[in-house]
Structures are given as C-alpha cells and as structure tokens.
Write a protein that binds this ligand. Structure first.
Ligand code: M6R
Length: 357
C-alpha cells in the first residue's frame, strides 16, 4: 500500500535507504561478514567470462555491475540487451557464466536467452526481486534483491538493490580470488544508505530543478563519463518513461561526434560529475555545450564540487556513486512528470513486466 504517499514511485524512492540496510543484513553471515553461497561464488570463479543479460533499467544496472566484477574479481564481463543477444549471439568464451538481472524475473526477452543458453549446457545465475519467478526457477542459482514489491512501472529501488547485490557478489568473489583485501563493503554500503537518506530529505531541491529545467522543454540530455555515463543512461530512461520528454544519455566525450548538433538555446543538459579521474574532462564537455546555448545542470559529489554546480551529493566510495547519484535523477524525473500532469505510476504504453518478446 502506498499509505500517505501520492504515488508508489515516490514511496519506492524513499524506501531505498531501508532496502540497502536489508540487503546488508540479508547477505551477512553469523560473523558479520558478507556472504554468498559457495556454489554461486564457485561458478563465478570457474567462469572465464561472464555474460550479463538484461533489459531496460536492469541492463543499466548490468553496465555498472560489469565494472564492479571486473575491478573486484578480475573476471571479464560483457553486458547485453536480452532482445539483441537472442538473435545475434556473440562468439562465447569456453567457460561462460550467464547472469540474468531482472526485477520481475518474468521478462520474456531475458527468458528466451535463458532457454537458449541452458540448451547449450551453460550455467545461469538470476538476480531478481521475485523469489519463484520464471527466471529464478529456470536458472541454476538465484540471488534475491530484498527490495520488497516494486509497483510503480518506473524502476527505482530495484535498480539500487541490483547495484548493491552486484557489488556484494563482486566483492565476495574478489575476496575468494584474493583480489580484494582491506575493503569494508559493509561499512561503505552503510555510508551509501545514510547518503541516500540525506538525498531523500532534500526533495524540494529536486522539485525546484525539475521546475526550472523541465517544465516546458521538449528534450533533455544527460552526460557523464565512466560510471556517471551509465547513471545518465538510467536517468534519461526514467525521464522519458514517465514525463514523455525526449531524453538521451551520452558519454561526455562522444557528444562532439554528432549529438552536440542538437544543442540549442536553453536545451537542458544534466551533467554528472562524481568521478575524480574524469572530473576535468566532463567539466570541459559542459563548457562545450554551454558555448552552444545549453542550460547546464551539474550534479557533482562532495570533494569534487565547483561553484557552477547545481547540486552536490554527499561523498561515498567512488565505485559506489551510482547508488546515490541516481537518486537526484529519479526525483527530478518524478517531479518533471508531476509538473507535466503525467500519470507517474502508470505511464502510457507501458506495463510493469514485459512478458512478450
Ligand atoms: O523486470 P525487469 O527488470 O526484467 O524489467 C526490465 C525492464 O522492462 C524494466 O527495467 C523497464 O525498463 C523499467 N520500466 C524501467 O523503469
């Protein structure tokens, strides 16, 4: 039930800190260490390459998950949109492991891939919010998101839960491989939960940003580099889905290869700047669009902020920034949809789970 909330989406955005804490608890053993069952960790370690298969928001979580797994566990990862993988299968490695990411566990495009790779004799792990869902039942292993039911069509808490579970999976595998030492992920995720709370407590800021930038615009761009790029993709999907504003996410460096032609006087460009290594270059990209008339909205992180920034998120571990930088984008999309009188929880033409290919 949505209780006093006007929409499920807002309630689900607010639940994210609690979901983080539930996940930390659910994946801890009696010694208060992060734990994932041995068969899953064993399957990860045996794989010479991991193939993440997903759609929509879950695909965007997969892009971040690739970085987690490659950095922590040193296993190469490919991320594929399920509907493409099906009919255009890449050459597979010798010992692949498939990870299906799906909030509902019912997405038909993903299921079609699962059926195909099982026939080929490969192993599959499903990361889902729904115990007993089709993708969970048909895979060899399941990791649950513990996010509670997600009702709004726009996925919010499932995305951050997917990132947290992927981070834990990468971490525990890395520990078992000996590639991760001295990194207290429980503590870092606790810091994330607190930062999420702080963001959820400053909703008026995001309502204001939505009003200022998105009340009447026809389009909007999201730019970022490295992890921020992936979060920008998710931000643009959220905005399109519920506010019907044409939105696109781009890698900061890719803009000048064509897309910059779309920037006009007043075009909103949301730029994420949470990654130290690319901070100067993304700010350079902002200057490029401003010179063409864009209306920039820079969202940076504490420690990397600059006077020009519209909002500064609290500092968290640089690898985990997607878990919190997405929250301003979720809230901005929510308020943009509200200001434009859209049906936030049930956007047109969409269903919560897509059970046709
Ligand atoms: O249930 P799934 O995670 O498999 O769903 C995949 C997509 O259909 C889903 O994430 C969709 O993109 C959301 N409506 C996005 O908010």
């Amino acid at each position: 039930e949505k209780g006093t909330y006007p929409h499920y989406m807002l309630k689900e955005i607010d639940e994210q800190p609690l979901v983080m804490r539930k996940i930390i608890q659910a994946y801890q053993n009696e010694n208060n260490e992060l734990h994932i069952d041995e068969p899953v960790v064993g399957a990860m370690k045996e794989a010479d390459r991991i193939y993440i298969i997903a759609a929509g928001t879950s695909y965007h979580a997969g892009l971040v998950g690739k970085q987690f797994i490659e950095k922590s566990a040193g296993i190469p990862v490919e991320v594929h949109v399920a509907s493409e993988f099906n009919y255009n299968m890449p050459l597979l490695s010798e010992k692949p492991l498939f990870i299906f990411i799906s909030q509902s566990g019912e997405t038909a495009d993903s299921r079609a891939v699962l059926v195909q790779i099982k026939e080929m004799g490969h192993k599959a792990l499903t990361i889902t919010n729904v115990a007993g869902s089709t993708l969970s039942r048909e895979a060899d292993y399941t990791l649950l998101l513990h996010a509670g039911p997600e009702i709004a069509v726009a996925s919010t808490k499932a995305y951050t839960a997917q990132l947290a579970v992927l981070a834990i999976l990468a971490h525990v595998t890395g520990q078992s491989c000996g590639t991760v030492q001295d990194f207290d992920l429980i503590q870092e995720l606790g810091i994330v939960a607190t930062a999420m709370e702080a963001l959820c407590d400053t909703k008026e800021e995001f309502e204001e940003i939505a009003r200022e930038y998105l009340s009447t615009t026809r389009n909007c761009f999201f730019i970022g580099r490295s992890l921020d790029f992936y979060v920008g993709l998710e931000g643009s999907l959220k905005l399109k889905e519920i506010s019907y504003i044409q939105a696109e996410g781009f890698a900061g460096g890719e803009l000048k290869h064509g897309t910059i032609a779309l920037i006009e006087e007043g075009t909103p460009v949301v730029a994420l700047a949470t990654q130290e290594a690319v901070n100067l270059s993304i700010r350079g990209n902002v200057k490029e669009v401003v010179a063409r008339g864009a209306n920039p909205c820079i969202i940076s992180m504490k420690g990397l902020e600059d006077e020009e920034d519209r909002f500064v998120i609290p500092e968290v571990n640089p690898m985990l920034t997607p878990l919190i930088s997405v929250i301003p984008l979720q809230l901005i999309s929510y308020y943009a949809a509200l200001h434009r009188d859209c049906d936030v929880d049930k956007p047109r033409n969409l269903a919560k789970s897509v059970t046709v290919e």
